[in-house]
Design a protein around this ligand. Structure first.
Ligand code: GDP
Length: 477
C-alpha cells in the first residue's frame, strides 16, 4: 500500500510543508504528490505522534452492515448451485438451463463462462445459477465465510442412482442449511429407473412429495433438454417458500465468485450482488484489494450500467486480483476504499503471525465456557457400517443440556478431501475410526487447521469426546 505525502498530511491534520520538512530531516526529498509506502508513512506519522492504524478505524466503521428495514426490501431471484455425482449430468444440465434463457436466445445464444449466469423465463421471473457445479466450490466458499447459494439442485442419474458424491452433496447442503430440489436426470436412457432413485433418496431423508414427503423432484433429460421448464418451476416454488428479499436502493454489497488476470483488461472478477445496486463508477473494497467499477459485463458480454441484487457481473477496475469468496463492498470514495484495503492487508499480516487454529478437541471446553460454541460438530468416518452406527449413537448420547453433539457427516472409508473441507466449513472435528486420511486430505487439514483424531477402540473415542466436553482432556503438544 502507498499514500501520497499530501494525503498523509491531511490525515494527520498538519501542513504538507511540515511533513516534507520531516522527510528532509530524515534525509529524503519528497514532493506533495509523491506516493510513499505504508511503512515509511508510519514512521513519519509516528514522528508527529500518530499511529497510522488509528486513521483507518473510521473506515472500518463504513463497512459495518446495517440490515435493511422491511420497507427497503424487495423480492429478489434465488441463487442456485448444481451438485451431484460425477458424470450424472451437472454440466449438461447447466447448459440446458442456459438455453431456456429468453435474453440469451435473443442475443443468439453466445455466452461466456464468467462463473454465474442469470436466466429469465418467458414470464419475466429470474433465477441465478452458479456456473461451477459440484460441492468443492460451494464448500470452499463456505469455509471462507461466504454463502451465496440459496438453493441446491441435486442431480442424480436415473440409470446410476445415489452414489458417494450424491451423499456428500446432501451433507454439504444440509450443513449449510440450504434446501434441495432433486433433478432425476437421464430419463431418456433405456435403463433409467427413477423409482429406484426416489427410494434411495427417501432412505437418506429426501422423500418425494408424491410419497408424502417434502422434497421437490423433477424427472429430466439434460441431454435432450426435456423437463427443464418443470425443474425451473420447482426451483421457483421452493424459492418462494424462502421468501428471498434484498434492498436494491442502497450501495451494493456482494461476493467475488471468480477472478483472473486478463491480459488486456487487467484484474477482472465476477461479483454476485447480494444487496443494493452496483453501478459503473462505484468505488469499492474487495477482500484486501480495492478499485472503481470501470465497466460491468454480463455473461453475454453486454455492458451493464447497473446490477441489482442476485445479478452476477464481471467487473473491471480492480487494483489487484481479488480471491473467490472475498466480500465486495461499495465505499463512499476511492480513498476510503484504498485505506480499508490497506488496513485489511495489515490485519491479515498480523493474523498470519498469530494464526489461530480452528476448533480442536482440546479447545472445545474453552470455547464452551466462553459461550462461543453450543454444539460440537463431528465428521465421523469408520471402516465398517456396524462400528459407524455404534459410534454415532454413543457420541450423540453425550449431548447434554449445555452442549449438543452434532454428527454432520457419517460415512465409511478413508477421510477424504471433501470430509476435511466440510469440517473446515462447519468448524467441525474429524474423527476417524480404523481409517486414515488420503494424502490430499491430510494436506488440506494441515492448511485449514482441521483437527483429525484417530481411534481404534470405541470406548476410547467416546471417552475422549466426553472428556473434551467436560474440560478434562489433557492437552496434546
Ligand atoms: P457432470 O460430471 O455431472 O458435469 O456430467 P456431464 O454433464 O459432463 O455429463 C456426463 C455424461 O452424461 C456426458 O457424456 C453427457 O452427455 C451425459 N448426459 C448428461 N445428461 C444426460 C441425459 O439427460 N441423458 C443422457 N443419455 N446422457 C446424458
Amino acid at each position: 500500500g502507498t499514500i501520497q505525502v499530501g494525503e498523509l498530511a491531511k490525515e494527520m491534520g498538519v501542513k504538507a510543508a511540515d511533513v516534507i520538512r520531516k522527510f528532509m530531516e530524515m534525509g529524503t526529498m519528497v514532493t506533495i504528490n509523491q506516493s510513499i509506502d505504508a511503512e515509511t508513512a508510519a514512521i513519519v506519522a509516528s514522528e508527529f505522534g500518530y499511529e497510522v492504524e488509528a486513521a483507518t478505524v473510521e473506515e472500518e466503521a463504513l463497512l459495518e452492515y446495517v440490515p435493511p428495514s422491511p420497507e427497503e426490501l424487495k423480492p429478489r431471484p434465488p441463487i442456485v448451485t448444481v451438485m451431484g455425482h460425477v458424470d450424472h449430468g451437472k454440466t449438461t444440465l447447466l447448459d440446458a438451463i442456459r438455453h431456456t434463457d429468453v435474453a440469451a436466445r435473443e442475443a443468439g445464444g453466445i455466452t461466456q463462462h464468467i462463473g454465474a449466469y442469470k436466466v429469465r423465463l418467458p414470464d419475466g421471473r429470474e433465477i441465478t445459477f452458479i456456473d461451477t457445479p459440484g460441492h468443492e466450490a460451494f464448500t470452499s466458499m463456505r469455509a471462507r465465510g461466504a454463502q451465496v447459494t440459496d438453493l441446491v439442485i441435486l442431480v442424480v442419474a436415473a440409470d446410476d442412482g445415489v452414489m458417494d458424491q450424491t451423499r456428500e452433496a446432501i451433507d454439504h447442503a444440509r450443513a449449510a442449511g440450504v434446501p434441495i430440489v432433486v433433478a432425476i436426470n437421464k430419463i431418456d436412457k433405456p435403463d433409467a429407473n427413477p423409482e429406484r432413485v426416489k427410494s434411495e433418496l427417501a432412505e437418506l431423508g429426501l422423500v418425494p412429495e408424491d410419497w408424502g414427503g417434502e422434497t421437490l423432484m423433477a424427472e429430466v433429460s439434460a441431454k435432450k433438454r426435456q423437463g427443464i421448464e418443470d425443474l425451473l418451476e420447482l426451483v421457483l416454488l421452493q424459492a418462494e417458500m424462502l421468501d428471498l428479499k434484498a434492498a436494491p436502493d442502497r450501495p451494493a454489497r456482494g461476493r467475488i465468485i471468480e477472478s483472473r488476470l486478463d491480459k488486456g483488461k487487467g484484474p477482472v472478477a465476477t461479483v454476485i450482488v447480494q444487496e443494493g445496486t452496483l453501478r459503473e463508477g462505484d468505488p469499492f473494497v474487495a477482500g484486501m484489494t480495492f478499485g472503481r467499477v470501470r465497466a460491468m459485463l454480463n455473461e453475454r458480454g453486454e455492458r451493464l450500467k447497473e446490477a441489482p441484487p442476485a445479478t452476477p457481473v464481471e467487473v473491471l477496475g480492480f487494483e489487484e486480483v481479488p480471491q473467490a469468496g472475498d466480500d465486495f463492498i461499495v465505499m463512499p470514495d476511492e480513498t476510503a476504499a484504498r485505506r480499508v484495503a490497506e488496513y485489511r492487508q495489515r490485519k491479515a499480516r498480523e493474523a498470519e503471525a498469530a494464526r489461530e487454529a480452528r476448533l480442536s478437541l482440546e479447545r472445545v471446553f474453552e470455547k464452551l465456557k466462553e459461550g462461543e460454541v453450543k454444539e460440537l460438530k463431528i465428521v465421523l468416518k469408520a471402516d465398517v457400517q456396524g462400528t459407524l452406527e455404534a459410534l454415532r449413537d454413543a457420541l450423540q448420547k453425550l449431548s447434554t443440556d449445555e452442549v449438543r453433539v452434532n454428527i454432520i457427516r457419517a460415512g465409511i472409508g478413508a477421510i477424504s478431501e471433501s470430509d476435511v473441507m466440510l469440517a473446515a466449513a462447519s468448524d467441525a472435528v474429524v474423527i476417524g475410526f480404523n481409517v486414515r486420511p488420503t494424502g490430499k486430505a491430510k494436506e488440506i487439514a494441515k492448511q485449514e487447521k482441521v483437527d483429525i483424531r484417530f481411534y481404534d477402540v470405541i470406548y476410547q473415542a467416546i471417552d475422549e469426546v466426553k472428556k473434551a466436553l467436560s474440560g478434562m482432556l489433557e492437552p496434546e503438544y
